[in-house]
Design a protein. Structure first.
Length: 604
């Protein structure tokens, strides 16, 4: 729904709010240099490692890794959804929520939420009328009380039952289409009449609810055999599948406070587990577990158990979940992996052995660090030096995704033990970096005049491969400096991955009068790059001074553009060399370019 709140409004809101004032209302902030510090409200500590930057309008905890904008703080501290945080901040700032944002709630006078609620009741009614669907539920040992609690329903075996019930006028059909409940017939071949049909037919229906219990989407499961087994609502103004969790509303109803949440794969698993008394189970909606899911979960609890089938698909899903969880792995958070015996899913297992036996399996769940090591160790032969070197190489990109902190340290120690290498030596290998040099060649302090000394290091790694990341980091930390250079023009036409992110950031910085880090970040909240960018913003700046940053950024952007042009011309020449040979001018040019390339790569 965030997309429905105009960016200009969020800009104004962020510009008008002071993060120091908002956070200061909840946490005792002390001025320290240009920033403010406090004991972190998100983990327990005695010495302050929570910093708030009025300049960047950004907060960051060096202890637990929590970070974000003023909106992020409200979401994390008050456990709000994004639109709720916007509404609360708008109220404080005395700004009226714009009409466009209200439109998501009441598009064209008909409330999409109301329509979804009506559809849910329609499906529920059909379930009680349909003996076959009821028999199916009974066969899965789902009792009536559980079916009611989850609002389970049945979509009739018809192309237009729902359409006829709710889509009498063109306007109503438009709303059904917007809600993802009907599909427009494909008339491109010309042989069909234009029109619509029901999306869900002959399926058991699982309403998906938001934090407030409103139905925002449906998942439909085939009753007997058929494909696909699960069909979900498409993305709609109400529903973004990468951020919702099935069963979370019901779990929150059952618990005032959570010890843990368990993520399982299927809707039926969630329903069956809740019925057995395991009311802290949730499922993703046909996607891998995303960072957005995890952010949402860690606002509620510090312990997450991923419970997956022991088969190949389950293990692949677990590994993807691990990769997405790494950036959030910080002290005080527990991530565990529970693999079920092959041939079982939580639904069948809890039915077979009961809740107590199932819960006792949680004791044997692998902590994330163990699971990560186990997966890596299985891929190499530790008896040989080569195997141990390979293990370090496999671990490096994974470590690079983890925030600094005790967790990362402990994992590095464990890994050092496995490969029989002194821990310090391994840590140097895992976090390669050279001292940062300023424009005049003098070493720059990592975090000039403020901030805890233990932070820094890997954030500032300045290898050539990181040129793009450096440039992105410079824009994030010094948006006003980025505004001054016309960098986005230079990068036109370059389609390398990540360059589009840099180009967009440069354009965004140029589009606002007084851009801040927070303003830039808020433009990415709905995109997959958001977490990565917020992490970069939370790290120490590469360069503290704005003018130096502008010059560094300009150089970086020019180098990127040059690298790309050199690379493209070289590819042309190499291809010609293979196909028809080069003349002497072209040979000279290629040799010149190869030298230029190696010069660029060595960084001189
Ligand atoms: Zn903290």
């Amino acid at each position: 729904m965030a997309g429905r709140i105009p960016q200009s409004f969020i800009d104004e809101l962020v510009a008008r709010s002071d993060i120091v004032e908002i956070i200061g209302a909840h946490v005792a902030l002390k001025k320290s240099g240009r920033e403010f510090k406090a004991c972190c409200p998100f983990h327990s500590e005695k010495t302050p490692s929570f910093w708030v930057s009025p300049e960047k309008q950004f907060y960051h905890c060096f202890g637990c890794g929590a970070h974000g904008t003023v909106l992020g703080f409200l979401m994390q501290y008050e456990k709000l959804e994004f639109p709720e945080a916007v509404a609360q901040l708008a109220e404080r700032a005395g700004l009226e929520m714009p009409r466009e944002a209200q439109a998501a709630r009441e598009p064209g006078g008909v409330d999409l939420y109301a329509l979804m609620a009506q559809a849910a009741r329609f499906f529920e009614q059909n379930l009680s009328d349909n003996a076959r669907a009821r028999a199916y539920l009974a066969g899965r040992t789902i009792d009536a009380a559980t079916a009611v609690k989850f609002g389970l329903g049945y979509a009739p075996d018809s192309w237009n039952a729902l359409l006829n019930r709710f889509g009498q006028s063109e306007h109503e059909r438009g709303k059904l289409l917007q809600a993802g409940l009907i599909i427009e017939r494909d008339t491109r071949g010309g042989e069909r009449q234009p029109g619509f049909y029901d999306r869900f037919r002959d399926r058991l229906m699982f309403p998906i609810r938001d934090a407030r219990g409103r139905v925002i989407a449906f998942g439909g499961r085939v009753i007997d055999q058929g494909e696909p087994k699960y069909l979900n609502s498409p993305e709609t103004p109400l529903f973004h599948k990468g951020r919702e969790l099935y069963g979370l509303y019901e779990a929150r109803q059952a618990h005032a406070d959570f010890k843990r949440l368990m993520i399982v794969e299927g809707y039926m698993d969630v329903v069956r587990l809740h019925q057995s008394g395991i009311t802290y189970a949730v499922a993703t909606l046909g996607t891998a577990t995303t960072q957005e899911h995890l952010h949402k979960i860690f606002r509620i609890t510090n312990e997450v158990v991923f419970s997956f089938d022991g088969d190949r698909a389950g293990r692949a899903a677990a590994w993807r979940a691990l990769e997405n969880a790494l950036p959030l792995a910080s002290d005080g958070r527990e991530l565990k992996f529970l693999f079920l015996p092959e041939g079982h899913d939580p639904d069948t297992l809890v039915a077979a052995e009961g809740a107590a036996a199932f819960e006792s399996r949680l004791k044997s769940a692998l902590p994330m660090s163990e699971y990560l090591l186990k997966q890596l160790v299985e891929q190499v032969d530790l008896a040989h030096v080569d195997g141990r070197a390979k293990l370090a190489a496999l671990a490096r990109p994974l470590f690079a995704r983890m925030p600094d902190g005790v967790y990362r340290e402990l994992l590095a120690d464990r890994l050092a033990g496995e490969i029989r290498m002194p821990a310090d030596k391994l840590k140097a290998l895992l976090a390669p970096h050279e001292p940062r040099r300023g424009p005049a060649g003098r070493p720059q302090p990592e975090r000039p005049d403020r901030g805890p000394p233990h932070h820094g290091g890997h954030a500032a790694s300045a290898g050539r491969g990181n040129l793009l990341r450096q440039a992105i980091s410079l824009v994030l930390h010094h948006p006003a400096a980025a505004r001054a250079i016309r960098g986005s023009d230079l990068l036109g036409g370059i389609d390398r991955p990540g360059v589009d992110v840099l180009r967009t950031l440069l354009e965004q910085a140029a589009s606002v009068d007084a851009p801040t880090t927070a303003m830039l970040l808020e433009r990415w909240r709905d995109r997959p790059e958001f977490d990565r960018l917020a992490e970069l913003a939370a790290r120490s700046p590469l360069v503290a001074d704005g003018a130096a940053a502008a010059s560094e950024l300009k150089t970086a952007v020019e180098k990127l553009a040059e690298e790309y042009r050199t690379g493209r011309r070289m590819d042309e020449l190499l291809q010609k060399a293979r196909e028809s040979g080069l003349n002497s001018d072209e040979k000279a040019e290629l040799s010149f370019l190869l030298k230029a390339k190696s010069r660029l790569e060595s960084g001189s």
